[in-house]
Design a protein around this ligand. Structure first.
Ligand code: HEM
Length: 459
């Protein structure tokens, strides 16, 4: 029993062996919300006889991520899902090794560097929509993933990728799904058995691994490792003692930035189009701001500081549709939280989907209302209440990158088009590795040149 002492948090009893496994498998988002509503800020439940603790109060989440962070590691589950691809990359490494890697990678994400990627982001966005026309129907979930994939490949490796970027994306997407499905399945066939899925996973992994190593080798041989893309910066990064990353570390960090960076941002963007199409009032305010701030120009990084409504839209999208919808940790020493004491090895979870919809901290929490962010809400919220990028030392290293990319894409597309969900198209959040929409997000494009002729919808 991982709980020390007499007090045990309340929680659902669940089924005899499975515990809450089926509820969580069938509808994880609502199951976690129901647990929070029924049992409060600290909930205990079981999954196949393994105990889990769900925290639902910002103060407790802040304890885990910030105040007592040294008592926690990333969870075994996270390592199992991503470890084969990411090795010892930033997302899952720990201790001194993680600290050194973070120190080495951090400069690549400084503001001045990020602004250097803005031109690539804009160029790829404009190229992506070059042949989009009024009346086109597009699956915006797929479009946004393809666009952020292209941005990830270009900013990481430069333009000299020896294969098609989409091929790399397909391999990575297959590998992430494969790992997640394996972890969620009650019956786990060993990875070494030659099933069709296992064989494909081995093939895709070998393809991506050898590609990344080949790029690193070519750069090393050409002695132009210090290029301005992310890989170049990682290759030239030097620690205080003069040491640099070896090939394996470069590979693991490049894979990590690629995986952690493109799907999250792609999903954020596809939810943004959905939320704006459902809220024409908010969309109209965004259009007004874009017109006033850009006056017909393409956006640049410097423009975004003058676009508070765009920032509020992004905050609100990340609140209601957080791409990282759940966070997990494991205690590495005894921890006191919320009046309970947990033994080492306890799995602690919290869900951005749940806490971002908590009516104690957000008025009318289900409503998409960017305005709520315009009067300093972020500063007033208790720490831990709004954490789309996490908090504390393990906070997302790519936050600035993601926000710059999202702002560039939203501003570029919204200048030219409005997007309307196809009538009757069901949009159902599906929590896979990131929060997706189960059936995509199928929309019709309306050129903004014709928008004046279209009667506005009620907001
Ligand atoms: C909207 C987009 C994004 C969201 C919502 C997001 C969310 C997060 C969250 C919640 C964490 C913390 C996980 C934890 O505490 O366990 C994290 C970590 C991380 N993210 Fe992001 N992320 C996004 C974009 C990016 C981008 C663009 C990159 C890189 C280019 C990136 C790279 C990373 C890395 C490397 C970590 C691990 C940092 C560490 O542990 O030192 N992310 N992200």
């Amino acid at each position: 029993m991982p709980i020390i002492g007499k007090r045990i948090p309340p929680g659902p009893k669940g089924l005899p062996i499975a515990g809450s496994a089926f509820d969580l498998r069938d509808d994880p988002l609502n199951s976690m919300r129901r647990m929070a509503l029924d049992y409060g800020d600290v909930v205990r439940f079981e999954v196949m006889k393994r105990e889990r603790i769900l925290l639902n109060h910002p103060e407790l989440i802040y304890q885990v991520l910030v105040l007592q962070h040294a008592k926690f590691h990333k969870s075994e589950l996270t390592r199992r899902i991503t470890g084969r691809m990411l090795g010892q990359g930033l997302l899952i490494s720990e201790g001194d090794f993680w600290r050194r890697q973070r120190r080495l990678v951090q400069p690549a994400f400084h503001r001045a560097r990020l602004n250097g990627y803005a031109a690539t982001m804009l160029e790829l966005t404009e190229a992506h929509i070059r042949d989009w026309r009024d009346g086109d129907r597009r699956n915006m979930a797929e479009e946004m993933m393809a666009l952020t994939l292209g941005v990830a490949v270009s900013t990481l490796f430069g333009s000299a990728l020896p294969v098609d970027a989409a091929e790399v994306g397909r391999a990575m997407t297959f590998l992430m799904r494969y790992s997640l499905r394996r972890q969620r399945s009650p019956i786990r066939i060993p990875e070494t058995w030659p099933t069709p899925k296992n064989r494909r996973a081995n093939r895709e992994l070998a393809f991506v691994d050898s590609l990344v190593y080949r790029i690193i080798s070519e750069r090393q041989a050409a002695d132009n490792g210090s290029g301005n893309d992310l890989l170049g910066l990682l290759m030239s990064a030097m620690d205080e003692d003069g040491s640099q990353m070896n090939r394996q570390q470069l590979h693991d960090e490049a894979m990590t930035l690629f995986i952690a960076g493109h799907e999250t941002t792609g999903q954020m963007l596809s939810w943004a189009w959905y939320a704006l199409s459902e809220n024409p009032g908010a969309e109209a305010k965004l259009h007004d701001e874009l017109s006033a701030a850009l006056d017909g120009r393409a956006p640049s990084a410097a423009d975004f500081a003058r676009m508070p409504y765009l920032r509020a839209v992004m905050n609100e999208v990340l609140r209601l549709y957080p791409p990282a919808y759940i966070t997990a940790r494991e205690t590495v020493e005894p921890v006191q939280l919320g009046g309970y004491e947990f033994a080492p090895g306890t799995t602690i979870l919290f869900s951005q989907w749940v806490t971002h919809r908590d009516p104690r901290f957000f008025d009318d929490p289900e409503a998409f209302r960017p305005e709520r962010w315009l009067d300093g809400l972020e500063e007033r919220l208790p720490p831990g209440a709004y954490i789309p990028f996490g908090a504390g030392p393990r906070r997302c290293i790519g936050e600035g990158f993601a926000l710059l990319e999202a702002a560039t894409v939203i501003a570029t597309l919204a200048r030219r088009f409005s997007f309307r969900l196809l009538p009757g198209h069901p949009v159902i959040p599906e929590p896979l590795v990131t929060l997706r929409s189960r059936n995509g997000i199928h929309m019709q494009l309306q050129s903004r040149e014709n928008a004046a002729a279209t009667p506005p919808r009620e907001s």
